[in-house]
Write a protein that binds this ligand. Structure first.
Ligand code: NDP
Length: 316
């Protein structure tokens, strides 16, 4: 209880775990508070083909197990709980979970981002009853069924492709007339005979008695309403940063992403990943709304760890 760690890492996706690999190898005592459901978004992903070192691809959860094993191998302690509150007003910093109080001389925030929902009638009520945000988790439940995917980014393409391995028919509904997704993902979707697209349309209601039966859609140009019968609705419209516990404590932008100090008014420019509080660093999707890749998150984790190690050294 009285131990003061050199580094506390909040979050256990590629950013947090990579940070811990670097801090422990830098001889800093490190605790990772990894969250009730650890591992971040890759735990909900199927094959990851773009992480260097895995020429045949690797399943997202397998990749996370490997990165976690690497972090723990060098001595990081791993706590599978959420941080409920933080006190960054004193040093050492204090982090509380439901039943523990942890203290650390530096903190790396790597809490990532979470799924955005549409916020339409029927959606919340039918989550787990046909409404989902995770095709790799739920696709097998839709064998030979008809499903919809909402969104036009890479996530929506990926969800549709995963679902097409099980469902009899996959329809992507996108609010505009062209996808935002990368060309390679679009090409895969257009080449898949099971997948079709409804352009310029929004889903406005999810309907069903205890399970998804149909949705109401609205054409964004004509405003005309229609219904589509379906068994599943997969929402893939992006993510929001997981920063609730840092509100009013760390500087954030208007969307709630944490802003590193180089963009805020703090004068110290020594550490690129430092937040508005000295000794608190940030890495991964919780501050990166642009790249959002496992490999960039890992890279940011490395940067935050090097900054934290330098900070601890300079504080001595
Ligand atoms: P994005 O923000 O890239 O895309 C979100 C999509 O959802 C957009 O097409 C957007 O429409 C649409 N959308 C947003 N809000 C609504 C709404 N309220 N109603 C209807 N549609 C909505 O998020 P992604 O999760 O797809 O991707 C995030 C990042 O992760 C990207 O950088 C992506 O490249 C990356 N990624 C990469 C993968 C890979 O390489 N295999 C896999 C998955 C993600 P509009 O286009 O009109 O804005």
């Amino acid at each position: 209880m009285n131990k003061i760690y050199d580094v506390a890492v909040i979050g256990s996706g590629p950013a947090g775990l990579t940070a811990a690999i670097y801090t422990t190898r830098g001889a800093a005592s490190t605790v990772i508070i990894g969250g009730d459901s650890w591992g971040g978004q890759l735990m909900l992903t199927s094959v990851v083909d773009n992480f260097p070192g895995f020429p045949e691809g690797i399943m997202g959860p397998d990749l996370m197990e490997k990165i976690k094993a690497q972090a723990v191998r060098f001595g990081a302690e791993f706590i599978q709980k959420n941080v409920s509150s933080v006190d960054f007003s004193t040093r050492p910093f204090v982090l509380k979970t439901s039943d523990q109080e942890l203290r650390a001389n530096s903190v790396i925030v790597a809490t990532g981002a979470e799924t955005k929902w549409l916020g339409i009638p029927g959606e919340k009520e039918l989550i787990g009853r046909g409404v989902s945000s995770c095709a790799p988790c739920d696709a097998p439940f839709f064998k030979e069924k008809e499903v919809l995917v909402i969104g036009g980014g890479d996530s929506a393409m990926e969800e549709a492709l995963v679902l097409s391995k099980f469902a009899s028919k996959v329809t992507i509904i996108h609010r505009r007339g062209e996808f935002k997704a990368s060309k390679i993902m679009q090409d895969k979707v257009f080449a898949n005979k099971k997948i079709s697209v409804i352009w310029d349309s929004e889903v406005t209601k999810v309907e069903g008695d205890g399970k998804v039966e149909q949705v109401e859609i609205k054409n964004t140009k004509t405003e005309k309403l229609g219904q589509i019968k379906c068994d599943g609705v997969f929402v893939a419209i992006g993510h929001s940063p997981s920063t609730q516990i840092f509100k009013g404590i760390l500087d954030m932008d208007e969307k709630g992403y944490i802003v590193p100090s180089q963009k805020s008014e703090i004068k110290s420019q020594k550490y690129n990943t430092q937040t508005s509080i000295e000794g608190v660093f940030v890495s991964g999707d919780v501050h990166d709304y642009r790249y959002k890749q496992a490999i960039t998150a890992a890279g940011f984790g490395c940067m935050a760890a090097i900054d934290a190690l330098n900070f601890l050294e300079n504080e001595k």
